[in-house]
Every structure is written in C-alpha cells, then in structure tokens.
Design a protein around this ligand. Structure first.
Ligand SMILES: Nc1ncnc2c1ncn2[C@@H]1O[C@H](COP(=O)(O)OP(=O)(O)OP(=O)(O)O)[C@@H](O)[C@H]1O
Length: 437
C-alpha cells in the first residue's frame, strides 16, 4: 500500500482562500495536490495528473460540479469525487452520490472530519486501484481496462511471459458487466494441437474415435462471460480461420456437428510473441490479427516498473507469511537492493516464486539477499560490489523519470509537473543521469 506522499488529489476550487487552505492542509498531510481554479482547467489536466481522488466545489465559475463529474467519469470510471457543497446544494450532492460520486461535505466543515473522509476515500481507491500495480505504466493500464470493460470489442494483452496478462484480463472481467458470468482461461500453447479444436468448440458424440459423449467446449462454457485465449500466437492456422468466423459472425459448430451455434462470450486474447512479425512470416492470419487487436493493452516488463517490484515483494511476503503461518517482517536492505538490480526475466511470476521460497526457508524474520537469490547471486549481493545508496537512487530516479516522460509523450514540462519538480530541476537531473531528451 502506498503512503500518502504518493497519493494524488485533484482539487477544483475557485475561491482562492478556501483553495489555498485546503491545498496547504492536504500538502501537510503528505498528499500531492493539483489545484485547478476552474472546471475547464481541471478537464484539461485531469487525464495526465492521474489523481486518486477529486475534491470538487459543486459551484464553479465556468460550470457546475455536476457537469464536470459527467465529463470526467466516462474517461476515468471509478475515480472518486468528494464534493464540497453549500447548504443550498445538498440535494444536488445527494443526486451526485446516486450517480456514483463518492461523498460530500457541506460548508462550513471541520477540517478533521474532512481529512477523515479524504483518507477513507484514498485508502478505498488504493485497494481498488493498485490491484495491478502502482507504477505509472500499470495505472495507465488499469485506467484503459476500466474504460473498455463494458465495450464488447476484442482486447489483446501483450507483454512478456509472467508480466500479468491473465491477471489484467481477470481485472477486466471483475470490472465488466459480465462479472457475474464465467471467466474461462485457455492456454492455447498448453493443449495438444489435435485436441484444441474440440476443446475450444466442443464435439458431438461419435465425431471421432473416442468421442463417446457430446462435449461442450470452452466457447460455450464461457457464455455470458469472458473467454480468455492465452498464447493466441500458438493457434494453428486452420483454427485461426474458425476463430475469425467466431469473432466476426459470432457463430461456430461443434466438431462433427451440423448445427450452427451462436457464441455469446466476449473474447480477450493475450500473447507474448510479436504477432505482427508472425503475420509477416505467414504464421498468423493478418485479418485475424486486425480483428483481435481492436484494443491493444501492453503490460510493461517488471524491470521497467521499480515501484511495482517493492509493492509486489511486500504483497507476496504478506501472502506467503500468512499461508505458511510464519512471521516474516520484511526485507534486509541488501535484499531490496538486489531485487531492484535484478532484471526479472520471468517478471511477476519469477518474483512470486522467489518470495515464496524465501519466506518458506528464511531463518530469521528479515529476508536476506541470499534467500531471494540463492542461485545466481547478482552483483548487488556480493559485499565487494555492494551498490551504494547513490547508485540505487540514481537507478530508480532514472527509471521513474523515463516512465514519466513516456507517459506524457516526452514533454519535459508536463513530466516535471507529474514528478513535482520544476522544469529546470528535471533538465538538470536528466543531464546528470545521462537521460536523452
Ligand atoms: N499485478 C499483479 N499482482 C499480483 N500478482 C500478479 C500480478 N501480475 C502477475 N501476478 C502473478 O504472477 C504470475 C503470472 O501472472 P500471469 O499468469 O497473469 O502472467 P502472464 O503474462 O499471463 O504469463 P504467461 O505469458 O506466461 O501466460 C501469476 O502467479 C500471477 O498471480
């Protein structure tokens, strides 16, 4: 869970005295505050600021809080709004809560009550928001997934093995209006090719030797829910044609069947290979590729998101400590150090396995570097080449600045805003860290 210093609050307040006093107090509490005096300015910046909570005066000079809420929410579903209302606008606030706003406070309010509401909403948001990760890359992914959760277009999750493509697809499922329906995950690479068609589409009794009874395939079993096709690049060409028909006409036949059946499942695919290159080699149908990547969601490799490394180390430590009934309090600095330097070729899966092993075998309450990396001891574990704090800080800073720049399409001024430093400080840091602009 993040500390307040990482939680961001968007404050929309036109009254300079009120705005100043709230922004100052939130700042003292450790929140990062973006203060916009008009609705128009908030609308311009909110998508880039990625706030965890919006605090909004219901009466603004250029629009009312209600229309601002209506404009922001389609792009940021689930973003909590705390409205500040005057006595006369309580009815409107109640209406907004019915429409999905989180809460309201009526003026004049006592600061401790206001802060308690803010804290509760930020905590609630953290639990919901950081299921996928805390890094800018994963927050952007979570945002995209929420926006497409209820559109029935095909989504293609791309990313290295173990980076969390299935986790992201399940996240989509729980946030969609198909959440009450099934989530059926099929790993196309794990099922023998000769069985794949009947596993996917089912078969009729007697369709082939051994087909002693009718078999309902994954496509039918996913009805009303989501069919997640992992390693879609491994689907044989003949089946690719059938999948294309399923996606285009929503129709399919069981193996050996004569009847056309309709498919009501939403299809989500994932791949860790470059499907465009596979299509260029003739191994993957170009038309199917267009059809499945209507929306592409890329999951960055773990080594590019250091904030998630610390988050996940802690998450799995807590999970396995509870599972094994062992009290493991945390990591020695050397273990954290080694984890930040490791390149995590197996991504989150590797991290999970390493933590499971470390918790199971750790001798004390603190996990040491050798518990996490007993195999290939990375340099950082070797005391002779123990990285200095400055080296680690530079590495994390470099990565974080790179992420911020990526996030805003390379615009230094906007990246500086995101990072809470001035433009010149950011330039200076980029120069020192030898980061290309
Ligand atoms: N954000 C996350 N939070 C918690 N656990 C995660 C997260 N991302 C991945 N994991 C865990 O890491 C492991 C691998 O995740 P997942 O199966 O989603 O990866 P994948 O990209 O689909 O892998 P593959 O390409 O091999 O199918 C799983 O045990 C999963 O629970």
């Amino acid at each position: 869970m993040q500390s307040h210093s990482q939680a961001r609050i968007g404050l929309i307040e036109d009254d300079p005295i009120m705005g100043e006093s709230i922004a100052h107090r939130l700042d003292l509490e450790g929140y990062q505050v973006d203060w916009w005096p008009t609705g128009r300015e908030a609308l311009q910046s909110v998508r880039q600021a990625l706030p965890d909570l919006m605090i909004c005066d219901i009466r603004l000079p250029d629009m009312n809080g209600e229309s601002l809420f209506d404009k922001v929410i389609p792009d940021a579903p689930g973003l909590p709004f705390l409205f500040i209302t005057g006595y006369a606008q309580v009815d409107q606030a109640v209406r907004l809560i019915r429409a999905g706003a989180a809460d309201y406070v009526a003026k004049p309010f006592a600061m401790p009550d206001f802060l308690a509401k803010v804290e509760a909403l930020v905590r609630r948001r953290e639990i919901e928001e950081y299921t996928l990760g805390r890094s800018a890359g994963m927050r952007r992914l979570a945002d995209l997934v929420r926006r497409v959760a209820n559109i029935d277009s095909t989504v293609l999750f791309t990313g290295e093995s173990g980076s969390g493509k299935e986790v992201a697809a399940r996240f989509l499922h729980t946030r969609s209006d198909r959440a009450a329906g099934p989530f059926i995950a099929v790993n196309c690479a794990a099922i023998p090719r000769e069985l794949l068609e009947s596993e996917l589409f089912g078969h009729e009794r007697g369709a082939f030797t051994g087909a002693v009874a009718r078999h309902v395939g994954f496509v039918e079993r996913a009805s009303g829910g989501i069919l997640f096709l992992d390693e879609i690049g491994d689907l044989p060409l003949a089946l690719q044609a059938k999948l294309l028909r399923l996606l285009e006409a929503r129709r399919f036949q069981r193996v050996g069947g004569e009847r056309e059946l309709t498919c009501d499942a939403r299809i989500i695919c994932a791949t860790n290979v470059d499907l465009k290159a596979a299509a260029a080699r003739g191994e993957f149908r170009q038309d199917l590729l267009f059809r499945i990547c209507v929306i592409e969601a890329h999951i960055p490799p773990l080594r590019q998101r250091p904030e998630d490394i610390t988050l996940l180390l802690d998450h799995f430590r807590a999970e396995f400590s509870a599972m094994f009934g062992r009290h493991v309090a945390g990591y020695q600095p050397g273990a954290m150090n080694a984890a930040m330097l490791h390149s995590w070729p197996g991504n989150v899966r590797e991290l999970r396995n390493r933590v499971e092993r470390a918790v199971a075998l750790a001798e004390g309450v603190w996990i040491g570097p050798e518990d996490l990396f007993p195999d290939a001891v990375p340099d950082a574990v070797n005391p002779a080449s123990f990285a200095s704090l400055a080296t680690i800080r530079d590495q994390v800073e470099r990565q974080h600045i790179r992420n911020a720049l990526d996030h805003v399409g390379g615009k230094v001024e906007e990246a500086a805003k995101l990072l809470g430093v001035s433009r010149s400080t950011l330039f200076e840091k980029m120069r020192r860290l030898k980061l290309e602009h």
